[in-house]
Write a protein that binds this ligand. Sequence first.
Ligand code: SF4
Length: 306
Amino acid sequence: MTYLYGPVPSRRLGRSLGVDIVPFKTCTLDCVYCQLGKTTCKTIQRKEYVPIETVLAELQTYLDEDLQTDYITVGGSGEPTLNSGLRRLIEGIKKLTSIPAALLTNGTLFYLPEVRADCSKADVILPSLDAGDEATFNKVNRPIAEITFERLVEGLIALRTEYSGQIWLEVFCIERFNTDSKQIDKLAEAIKRIRPDKVHLNTAIRPTAEPGIEKMPPDELLRIARQISPDCEVIADYMSSHCGKATAEISQTLLSMLKRRPLCLEDVCAALGLNSIEAIKYLDDLKKQGLIQYENKAGLIFYKAR
Ligand code: SF4
């Protein structure tokens, strides 16, 4: 499969079959915490980056095999709303299956009415909001010039008004960037205006685009959750334990490769034929077992065996 990956375990969506519809690191943002590394194509241009009919044909093949998944999740290696064929994709998914369709997005293009319309048939939209003001937005998310904090928030408010499905907003917390009490108050104010169905707090569990981005202690995250709203949830790290034989084999192959030389994420994907999100899960698993480590060289993350 070229455009499908997984199903991968997701903290919020259970078993999630990923659908990747933009090339690696094609995004409107360049978040300091991005687990894929630095954005190499920062753009606001919408076009059919990958052919939607081919993606749907792959999905049909997958569904014919009758494999299990809880969600079909459009997202992947960059910002999926940049693909101008998004509406055809979501409508196509709905025609092919009753498995719910989710959209993982940074939310920056919802200020465009056509993007909101494109997503209207998704069952759940999972956008991000990591800042309560322009300065923090610029510091954490490093947007392309056309995207401002107010534009992002206005877009999310408009989405809420027009869209009848679920909106689960994710806030990524980074110490010294967006977690002081004043900033959290501003963030809470913006969230009140957006009125999502759920708010999820996350932190840097995996290696990030910029060095020095540390994960926050759970009690700190909980304090922030309480400050935002009583029903704001800290999403625990959903550690992969869906280790079938294929998973164990891939992990072993990956480990022996990393014993020979350090590799970046793209090398791992190319060598093993994995999507970047899948590859990160395997790397994460090996790192948690203490078998590999990583270093950040000018925004490029290299993994090597210990
Ligand atoms: S975290 Fe998401 S929105 Fe931010 S740079 Fe990475 S792919 Fe883009």
